[in-house]
Design a binder for this molecule. Structure first.
Ligand code: IMP
Length: 190
């Protein structure tokens, strides 16, 4: 089965490819010659995922899934949430985003946070959504060099390490995206 995964992020593609069964052939945006920026203008994570999947179906005709992820920090009322990528500005600079978040959490005792991924699948003229959550907390300083985004400051529940200190297969077992992808794969297998 051929399915487009609407992403340009090679880290994510690698993570998802490792989880999807081999009979599902994932096509990237490059594989379908989609080079334009796909609109992400919804105020919610779920809305953005749906918008992206619909865009590919409408413009390229492929069944498709798209994901959108946000880091939700409890004491900041769910910030940065849908704005995670550009929290510190349009440059989408991961280090600047982490610095801004660490700054906002200075002096705060509650550092509970969760990553939330929503996958929207456009298939057979219908849209299905799958949600994956990974609970954890924001550490006080960056640790580790693996992964991407907020990985150096997010420590998943039950671990001393941050995501950036965990090997990819370990992160893949417990991550928000892995959990959402697992639900997607279960659905596709049915
Ligand atoms: P996206 O919707 O997957 O592009 O994610 C939006 C933003 O959330 C990214 O630009 C990252 O800053 C952050 N993010 C998403 N997934 C992860 C992750 O697994 N680790 C760390 N940060 C992430």
């Amino acid at each position: 089965m051929k399915l487009v995964f609407a992403t340009n992020n090679l880290n994510k593609l690698k993570e998802v490819q490792a989880i999807v069964p081999s009979h599902i052939q994932l096509l990237s945006l490059a594989d379908i010659n989609c080079t334009e920026d796909i609109p992400e203008t919804s105020p919610t994570i779920e809305g953005n995922a749906i918008q992206k999947a619909q865009y590919i179906k409408e413009h390229y005709g492929y069944d498709c899934f798209a994901d959108d992820t946000g880091l939700e920090v409890q004491v900041l009322d769910g910030e940065p949430g849908v704005y995670s990528a550009r929290y510190a500005g349009e440059a989408k600079d991961a280090n600047a985003n982490m610095d801004k978040l660490l700054d906002k959490l200075k002096g705060k005792e509650n550092r509970d946070a969760q990553f939330k991924t929503v996958i929207a699948l456009y298939i057979n003229e219908k849209i299905e959504t799958f949600i994956g959550i990974c609970e954890g907390s924001i550490v006080h300083q960056k640790k580790g060099a693996l992964g991407f985004g907020y990985d150096p400051i997010f420590s998943p529940k039950g671990y001393q390490e941050t995501f950036a200190e965990l090997q990819l297969d370990e992160k893949n077992r417990i991550s928000h995206r892995a959990r959402a992808v697992k639900k997607l794969v279960e659905f596709l297998n049915d």
